[in-house]
Each structure stands twice: as C-alpha cells, then as structure tokens.
Write a protein that binds this ligand. Structure first.
Ligand code: ADP
Ligand code: MG
Length: 473
C-alpha cells in the first residue's frame, strides 16, 4: 500500500498549491468524534488510534490500535462511524481498516504536497518500548514540543528531572489536573527522553483502564504473577488516568499494592489523575500517605500567555497554514477551557480552510468554531453582574436588593437585571429572587425598559456595552 494521503480527488490541483498534513485532517476528525461518541468512550478507545496512511488506488484508510483486542473492539463498534467521518472530509475514502499490530506501525505524518516525491517516508529509528502490551509513545509528545508556563512549570521540571535518571528526591511523581492540560503529553515525553538517555532500559506506559483490563485478564488466566513480573521489570512505569480505577475496589487495591512494591524495588513511577490523591475516591489512607511521599505536582489551566505561546509553537509545525495574528489572539483569548480544545480548534480551522479553499480570517474562524466558542463562553454569575454594575455606577451592592426606587439606584438595578437575563441561563423568577425577592414581572419590565432605552439613550447603551465586555472577559 502506498502510504500517501491524496486530497486532489476533491480539491483539484490548483487549490492544493500548498502542502498539508494528513494528521491535521485526522485531528479534525478526532475532535468531531470526541463530541459525537463522548469523552469517556473517545479517550478509552478512539484516542489511542493512530493514522497509518491512505491508499489512493483502493481508497483505503488504515488506522492502528495499540493491541489486537482494541482493534477488534473498535472495528466491531465504530467501523461505520469512523468510515463516515472520513468520507465527510475526504470523499475518496472507500474503506477503513483498523490494525492491531503495534510493530512498525508508527503514526505517519505525510504531506499532501509530497505526492510526486512518493518515496515512503523513513520513520526515524525509535527506541523499542516493550515487547508487552505497553502503549507506544506518540512521537509528537516530547519535552521540546511542550510549552512551559506558570501553569505547568512544576510538573514540567519534575518530569525532566525524572527522565534524566539521576538520583531522585521523590517517587512516585503524581501529576494531576483537569483534562486536556498536558499530563499525557508529559508522560510520553518522560518515556521518550528516558529511553533516549538510557538505551536498553524498559519503560512501560499504559492507561489505568488498560492496566485494569490486563490485570483482570491475568486474574482470569490465573497468572497475575507474570503480569506483576512484567511490571516489575520496567525501569520506569507510568500509569495514566488512575481516576478510572479509583473506587473499583479489587483492582484499586491490587493496583496500589503493586505500586508499593515497585516503589520499594526502586522503580521510577509516574501516575496521573484528573484530581489530587486526596480527592480520589475511597483510597486507603496508608496508600495516600505513600503517594504523598512522592511529588504531587498539579497541572493548572493555561493562562492567556501560555495559550498564545502554544498556538504559536503549534503553527511552526504547520508552515502551510497562514493564520493571521488577530485570529491567533482570538483563539487564545476565547478557547480557554483546555489545550486539547485549543489545538482541536486550530486544527479544525486549518483543515476546513484547506478543504474549502477559503482564507483564514476572523469571519471564517468564528463561523467554523461557532459551537466551540459557545461552549467556551465564560459563565457569568448574577453576583458578578451586581458587583460590576455597582462599581460602574458607584452605588452600594446592597442597593441591588433594596426597596429604594430613587432613579440613581433603580436604573442600575434594571441594568443589572437586564444583564442577568442576557448573560446567564437563570430564569426570570430566579433573577427576581436574587434582586431582593422581586417578582418575575418586575424583571420583565426591567428587561423591556433597558431594551427600549438602549435604542434611544446613547449613554446608557454605551454603559451596557462596556459592562457586557467586562463581564464576558
Ligand atoms: P491530559 O492528558 O492532561 O488530558 P494531554 O496531554 O492529552 O492532556 O494534552 C492535550 C493536548 O494538548 C495534547 O495534544 C498536547 O500535546 C497538548 N498540550 C497540552 N499542554 C501542552 C503544552 N504545555 N505545550 C504544548 N502542547 C500541549
Ligand atoms: Mg491524558
């Protein structure tokens, strides 16, 4: 099979003047899939899939899964879904196959523009991970591609120290933080860096779900011994997303027991979770204290500056995409939920622009990302609205609930009710309650009144606009 990815069936060669990464299309499809199948299912089953390539002649897309078990499962449950998603982006796709073999199936990044120079790409010689069921590392997830900021510098520095391999002041390293903030990226970076510095060692990385699956399989086969031996033989063991096994008592107990043994045996251990050890369900205090001997590093949501740096860095790897600075700033400002969404949004804009042949500008970006932008809208609270309005009109916040009807407090109160209606999902009766227990008809009256005034009173209209801008951040 020729491992090239051709788009000219749809786009015509003039639209394809620039080269474009197949990974970008795949990334856009993945973002869509995550929405349609749900984050849990996606992260467990579809996220580990890697793109191997696309064969022009037969119209076949080939994906690979980390194990044949997963490949079968995905084929059974998601074949049609995946095929449709590909067809929607690339009409030339006719078939889709999911391979289970990990050997040699490294994710392939192939430029569309390279179609003439059709020599199959030489994957750089990668260190072999393990012969077992460990998940292979994502080549993109390195320390070099990880952008450091205030939100993640502690975790980053700890990860680097651990990968260097010198004596450690901490073990395990426990990384925690919300989804999409770079925990998995850091773990893959540790693995790849450690192997590069220590050839011949073994690094095992797997998700906690997979750990659980393997462990249960070993129990069924009455052979937990060799499973544990296999874990113990790793110089570095990394288990991602342990919140999945917290609360599942038998696996959890076994898991932490095994972790304990590994630490005692001097193995380096990295664990990630979406919450801190204390917040994991039902973990024995004995184990908790063991975990806290290590380093507990949190990965926080990225601030604007870090988001901007991440987009900028990412664009360096997409020289074919021309994204104006105002769009870059816009994305960094508005997609604040997590880095995965930020990357997904950028990939989507670039992929859609490519597929439609349109230039990337603000209008195009807003139209393409309408759903993501809505979901990322800041949630404004009634309390915040009242506070801002009172600051603006220099009145006490108590006036929001008071019975005074003097114009200088009644008008700001109406403005605040209006904003509460516009910017929060609260119902009219609820808003009324938060303004000193007023009736919902009072709120309706306020909303109508401000609407009318905005059309005739330029000063008031300017006040409202300013407040909206401030509140929506
Ligand atoms: P988590 O495991 O915390 O849910 P991931 O490690 O999967 O998050 O990160 C989600 C995406 O965001 C990945 O594609 C990753 O490369 C990217 N990412 C997260 N943080 C950074 C960062 N600091 N620099 C560059 N890319 C990042
Ligand atoms: Mg992760």
């Amino acid at each position: 099979m020729t491992q090239v990815f051709g788009m000219e069936q749809r786009l015509g060669s003039e639209a394809m003047g620039e080269s474009f990464s197949a990974e970008t299309v795949w990334a856009a499809i993945r973002t869509g899939l995550r929405k349609t199948v749900g984050a849990r299912t996606f992260d467990g089953w579809l996220k580990p899939l890697a793109l191997i390539g696309f064969d022009h002649g037969s119209g076949e897309v080939r994906l690979s899964a980390p194990s044949s078990f997963m490949a079968n499962w995905v084929e059974t449950h998601f074949h049609d879904h995946l095929l449709q998603a590909w067809r929607a982006m690339v009409p030339g796709v006719r078939q889709l196959v999911v391979d289970g073999a990990t050997d040699g199936a490294r994710p392939l990044v192939q430029e569309f523009g390279d179609l003439e120079a059709a020599t199959p790409p030489q994957a750089p010689p990668a260190p072999r991970v393990t012969a077992g069921e460990s998940t292979p590392f994502e080549p993109r997830y390195t320390f070099d591609s990880f952008v450091v900021g205030k939100a993640n510098e502690v975790a980053y520095n700890a990860a680097r120290t651990l990968a260097e391999g010198g004596p450690l002041g901490f073990n395990p390293l426990f990384l925690h933080g919300g989804t999409g903030l770079g925990k998995t990226h850091l773990m893959h970076a540790i693995g790849q860096d450690y192997l590069a510095r220590h050839p011949g060692t073994r690094v095992v990385y797997m998700s906690a779900e997979k750990f659980m699956f393997e462990f249960v399989a070993a129990m069924r086969a009455k052979d937990t011994f060799s499973f544990k031996q296999w874990l113990r033989s790793a110089d570095v063991l990394m288990i991602d997303d342990v919140q999945f096994i917290a609360g599942k008592e038998s696996t959890q107990e076994e898991f932490f027991h095994t972790m304990n043994e590994l630490i005692s045996a001097g193995r380096r251990l990295v664990i990630s979770a979406d919450r801190s050890p204390q917040d994991l369900d039902g973990i024995e205090s004995r184990i908790l204290s063991r975990l806290s001997w290590g380093l507990v590093a949190d990965v926080n949501p990225a601030d604007f500056e870090l988001r901007l740096n991440i987009i900028t860095k990412k664009l360096e790897t997409m020289p074919q995409a021309s994204v104006p600075q105002d769009v870059v700033n816009f994305l960094a400002r508005r997609i604040s939920s997590n880095i995965r969404e930020l990357e997904g949004a950028l990939n989507r804009v670039v992929a859609y622009a490519m597929l439609s042949g349109k230039p990337i500008d603000m209008d195009f970006t807003q139209a393409t990302l309408a759903d993501v932008l809505r979901a990322n809208q800041r949630r404004v609270t009634i309390d915040e609205i009242q506070r801002r309005v009172c600051e603006h009109y220099r009145i006490r916040q108590a006036e929001m609930s008071s019975a005074r009807r003097a114009r200088e407090v009644a008008r700001p109160r109406q403005v605040a009710m209006y904003l509460a209606k516009q910017l929060t999902p609260r119902s009219l009766p609820e808003i009324g309650r938060r303004f000193g227990g007023r009736d919902h008809t009072t709120v309706i009256h306020a909303v109508r009144q401000i609407e009318k005034l905005r059309a005739t009173d330029a000063e008031l209209d300017a006040d409202v606009r300013l407040l909206m801008r401030q509140l929506e951040g």
